[in-house]
Design a protein around this ligand. Structure first.
Ligand SMILES: [Zn+2]
Length: 273
């Protein structure tokens, strides 16, 4: 039995310098009356749009009209080789996104790209096993064809293409993403996610604080309120409101990783300079 066995969740084991600095985000939330609005738009149903967010700004996904699933992907605005990675985020934070969850990139950066700072959505009933935001991946036209037999249906994959092509990115740049306003329950035995109609009411929102300059892509998923039939188009879909605010508070620098390569004696050898 390994030393790690019996130690509980591996994701809880971190040196203190890698823990969430809760007091910093209290300060960010306390500054809310002084935030300045820098961008605001509504993305129609079944669409995609990209937008830039500077570090120290917040970005918010607001329910407009009714519950609508949003798929969201992140890239470093200056180096798109760094992007949000759902699986790395699961290991460090768990599957669910809630206030205090950080959204991580992968090595060699492996750092928080954004941190969830507010979420007004309350799942029903109050003791619900459901939640509304998590890290996973998006729907594709191929997925819908697999389920319905109908080819060429709208999907978040196509919406992401619509979002990122104006920024010079292509299909190869699309990786995992996270979901907002999608009412989900994960069955403990199978680990399968069940989706229900969302409980987000007009004006509800989830907000993130940008830890670095970001390109953000948003898709208004064809699953709409969570139970819309993508193949027939029956059901409800709504826009999602986006707001970007300047907080005036710069993010704290995440600790740099040790460069272990010069002294490495294992089998793999670093490239010679
Ligand atoms: Zn989708």
């Amino acid at each position: 039995m390994s030393e790690m066995a019996g130690m509980g969740y591996m994701s809880d084991r971190k040196l203190p310098q890698y823990d969430l600095d809760a007091s910093f985000y209290d300060q960010v939330r306390a500054a809310k009356p002084r935030y300045e609005l820098v961008d605001r738009f509504e993305l129609p149903p079944l669409s995609g749009r990209g937008f830039k967010v500077k570090k120290g700004q917040t970005f918010r996904f607001v329910t407009v009209g009714g519950p609508q699933i949003g798929d969201v992907a992140l890239w470093n605005a200056h180096d798109t080789r760094e992007y949000f990675v759902a699986t790395r985020t699961w290991v460090l934070e768990g599957f669910v996104i809630k206030v205090g969850t950080r959204l991580w990139s992968e090595v060699p950066w492996m750092r928080p790209m954004a941190t969830c700072i507010e979420d007004t959505v309350t799942p029903e009933p109050p003791d619900s096993v459901y939640h509304h935001s998590d890290s996973r991946t998006h729907c594709t036209s191929e997925l819908w064809e697999m389920r319905s037999g109908v080819a060429g249906l709208d999907s978040c994959h196509l919406n992401f293409l619509q979002a990122i092509e104006p920024f010079g990115l292509s299909e190869a740049d699309i990786h995992g993403n996270f979901m907002v306003h999608q009412k989900t329950y994960v069955e403990p035995e199978k680990g399968r996610a069940r989706v229900a109609r969302g409980d987000s009411k007009p004006g509800d929102y989830i907000s993130f604080y940008a830890e670095t300059d970001l390109l953000v892509a948003l898709s208004t998923c064809p699953m709409g309120d969570g139970i819309r039939d993508v193949a027939t188009g029956e059901g409800e879909a709504y826009p999602i409101g986006v707001e970007v605010h300047e907080t005036g508070i710069q993010p704290r620098e995440f600790p740099k990783w040790t460069d272990w390569r010069p002294g490495w004696t294992g089998k793999w050898a670093p490239p010679q300079a």
